[in-house]
Design a protein around this ligand. Structure first.
Ligand SMILES: O=C(O)CCC(=O)C(=O)O
Ligand SMILES: [Fe+2]
Length: 507
């Protein structure tokens, strides 16, 4: 008994060293602490033990390790497995009692589902530049001076050259060049050609500056603004970049002074990102080592595109999506929304309402800033989470989900059951309209345009004309989240509204 406890403690220490977070409460992933490839345990043996208890699970058996992971389909399966095996199952030959624990996640280094092959079209050129050249490049930028075309983002600092990368749209304006790429980089253009990275000169450079613990969310660089090849030079520290397509994940080490080349499928269809961590686990010939991150600066070179993207990765392509949406007729669009939006919201309304009690702070700030007596309509008000903000204004709402409207009514909010394409209010009748996270549920541009027009129709004309785009940007903030939730709309005015609708849809 005593030795078993000792053994268990030793394994837990090891687990701690590997950054694995053990949990007392059930999780979907179970770790067998004391049996793995290095103890003579193999996949066949593991399957023969686990499969009679649960099916459809994934086995992760790291090379040279004395433990292994089982990713179960559900927590219930994990509990079943844990209860049957932990402290109970004895491995015949070694007379070892298996010890199990629940864990939150499999360390990234073992999460690699690709068997270590790189995504197609991805290449790493090690030692692309020497130390002297690295120093020269690092000296180009002064991070204490964040002038124009620089941003101090939450997770990193950035500077742009050639064309500004606009984080609200994830695009560049090809008609608006900014200061050109620094002269000190011109030797790189020759090196790129020498290594077969395209025949053109790259004309857009984004320099990212990451402190340890910082990163970049997973993303695919938008197709329409940039040509196929995207290059990223890693300076002053290495890091691990995570690539993902569907369920397949590949973690790629970007060594200091290496060049990452993304073309074809890797550029167009795989997301890339860097998790916000202080260290990376790296698989080496001596096993897994923990590598602390230093301050990393990357130079990302792109070529601005002048023609529409003609890639074959249709489902990831914004050019293709834009033209695709115009093919959907109104009837099919309405059908899609009925099945995938209205039905779903009615089914999940209770859970949705329980998990959506807090409003977005900037919207609350906006509502609190309004003059007493103002009449505000919340289009797509959901469970009415904004309808109790600021008791000095009058709030009404509407929603397409009868279940959510019912929840609102029970809370004594004045809510109508309505589609955002046909608002049940008179022209020029409300002072303000807000619509938060609604527009993206409409499946064509035409319908989105119509929803915006409807909101403008019901607004009273204002003397003070403010710019709709300014308002959208103001409330989205200069945060990267902007790119995924473009549909917070707060209208303050109406004038030449067709203009605004056009400009809004340009995003
Ligand atoms: O830091 C890097 O290497 C990648 C940067 C990146 O993906 C981007 O700016 O889009
Ligand atoms: Fe990127």
């Amino acid at each position: 008994m005593k030795s078993a406890r000792k053994q268990k403690r030793a394994y837990h220490r090891l687990i701690k060293d590997m950054n694995i977070i053990c949990c007392d409460k059930p999780m979907k992933i179970v770790l067998i602490c004391n049996a793995g490839l290095s103890t003579g345990f193999d996949k066949q043996m593991l399957e023969s033990i686990v499969n009679p208890i649960i099916t459809e699970c994934e086995f992760i058996m790291p090379q040279g390790r004395s433990y292994c992971f089982i990713r179960c389909r559900s927590e219930m399966d994990a509990v079943e497995l844990y209860n049957k095996l932990h402290g109970r199952f004895i491995l015949n030959r070694q007379r070892t009692i298996l010890y199990l624990t629940y864990i939150q996640s499999v360390p990234d280094v073992y999460n690699d589902t690709s068997n270590f092959t790189l995504p197609p079209g991805l290449k790493i050129i090690e030692d692309f530049i020497d130390e002297k050249e690295e120093k020269l490049l690092l000296n180009i930028v002064d991070w204490t001076n964040m002038g124009s075309f620089s941003s101090d983002l939450k997770q990193r600092k950035v500077k742009h050259f050639g064309y500004e990368f606009q984080y609200h749209s994830n695009k560049v304006d090809p008609n608006l060049p900014i200061m050109s790429i620094p002269e000190e980089c011109s030797f790189l253009q020759d090196l790129f050609k020498k290594h077969g990275c395209g025949t053109y000169d790259y004309d857009q450079l984004t320099i990212n500056h990451y402190l340890p613990g910082q990163g970049i969310p997973p993303h695919i660089d938008t197709h329409s603004p940039f040509e196929d090849t995207i290059l990223s030079l890693s300076l002053s520290s290495s890091c691990v970049m995570n690539f993902k397509k569907g369920d397949v994940k590949v973690n790629v080490v970007l060594p200091q002074r290496s060049l990452l080349v993304m073309t074809g499928e890797a550029r167009y269809a795989w997301t890339h990102g860097i998790s916000s961590k202080y260290s990376d686990l790296i698989e080496t010939t001596n096993g897994v080592v923990k590598q602390m991150r230093g301050v990393r600066t990357s130079f990302t070179f792109r070529k601005v595109r002048r023609d529409p993207c003609s890639c074959i990765f249709v489902e990831y392509c914004d050019t293709k999506k834009d033209s695709f949406s115009s093919f959907i007729d109104n009837k099919s669009a309405a059908e899609l929304e009925r099945s995938y939006v209205h039905k779903v919201y009615n089914e999940i309304s209770d859970h949705f309402s329980e998990t959506r009690s807090k409003g977005w702070p900037n919207v609350i700030k906006f509502l609190n800033s309004l003059n007493d007596g103002a009449l505000v309509v919340d289009v797509g008000c959901g469970n009415g989470k904004y309808l109790h903000t600021n008791e000095n204004i009058v709030k009404i709402g509407c929603d397409r989900s009868s279940k959510l409207a019912e929840i609102c009514r029970k809370r004594n909010f004045e809510v109508l059951l309505s589609d955002c394409l046909h608002l049940p209010y008179k022209d020029n009748s409300v002072d303000f309209a807000i619509s938060i996270a609604v527009i993206h549920h409409l499946s064509t541009q035409e319908r989105r345009k119509r929803a915006i027009s409807e909101m403008i129709r019901i607004l009273r004309p204002y003397e003070i004309v403010q710019n709709l785009l300014t308002v959208i940007c103001l409330y989205l903030g200069k945060n990267e989240l902007v790119t995924i939730s473009l549909d917070i709309i707060i209208f303050l005015k109406k004038k030449n509204y067709q203009n605004y609708v056009q400009r809004f849809l340009w995003y």
